[in-house]
Write a protein that binds this ligand. Sequence first.
Ligand code: CTP
Length: 405
Amino acid sequence: MDLQGKHIVLGLTGGIACYKAAEFCRALVKEGATVQVVMTEGALQFITPVTMQALSNRIVYTSQWDARAPNAMAHINLSREADAIVIAPCSADFMARLAQGRADELLSLLCLARPMERVPLLIAPAMNREMWAHPATRRNVAQLQADGCTVLDVGVGEQACGETGDGRMLEPQELLADVVAFFQPKLLAGQHVLVSAGPTYEAIDPVRGITNLSSGKMGFAIARAASEAGAQVTLVAGPVSLPTPRGVKRVDVRSASNMLAACMDRADTASIFIATAAVADWRPKQASDQKIKKDGSGQPPALEFVENPDILATLAQSPRARSGALYCVGFAAESHDLLANSSAKRLKKGVPLLVGNIGPATFGQDENALLLVDAHGTRELARNTKRALARQLIAEIASRMVHKE
Ligand code: CTP
């Protein structure tokens, strides 16, 4: 669970997006966080404390005059025990209050009273598009950021008022991903990571082709982990239907040739290339324009194959990679002799780091085990979820970049 051991103060302010806060609260709890809900008077107009109490399993605070705490200082107690304060939804009015340092009700009071160096404040704005675009709100966003507050993005689209534009609160799962990412160390801040993922599809004719069992899950998990680590991430994905990780720019491709072109286009600005794709080694020499029909002879069509370009080797041999400006990481999907095959593949591809795994044991699964091979030796990352392994791998890559290995 990504938020195990974290204590979150979840603040709700007045806005229709309060209905999403209920699901967000549940999502935080499911990830292992303990959640203390604090609601403003405005929030109470949209959702009841009973709902939030049931979801958080804690009595909700709504007033600075709450007499439950023996010291009568809810604002101090609540803000001291939190690992973060997250305000979702955060109304335009509440942003103005935070920007001014107002303290005449419990939620703004505890934000002001929090120890800034150890209790971060994150806000998820929610408002009509005109209010979001208003110079006063722009000013407040800038002021809050200058004061160290993390202002999460807003969603775009249809709004409760019937208008369409920016300002809607993010969806609960998006908010959760942003909160989880917030707690990850920013090991790759300033880096641009390019990831290839998934299988490729090599057409035989308009309705048939050759592909493989790669699910893309490892590559998508790595793209997510790199983004959580603060990198700008481009994910070049073969045909898979996985959701795009938050904050990641996705480029969908089909064949190995498409994937090579997409990777080459972005390699000039990337500083790390992680090749997780299971690229087809061969493709039919000429895809037929029309569906190949049986001719009644019982003979299968004679397909001729040509070798596909090696995307990893091409990028690893580029001048940028040779000069050290592009750090290339390869994967090896093997069925046996993992160490010997991975070591040989590292040298063949000319990459500083190669990650071996057993293909049939990982394709489509949520778990994996990895063997890292570099010039200094090997390191095993024991069986774990692909998400956990992805984070470990990102940390390994970051440390090798720092030490220029
Ligand atoms: N790779 C690539 N382009 C290819 C083939 C492989 O970029 N045309 C990359 C993969 O993304 C992976 C690494 O090279 O990072 C090794 O892929 P793998 O399929 O295990 O190895 P192959 O090069 O195909 O070697 P072999 O088939 O001999 O095992």
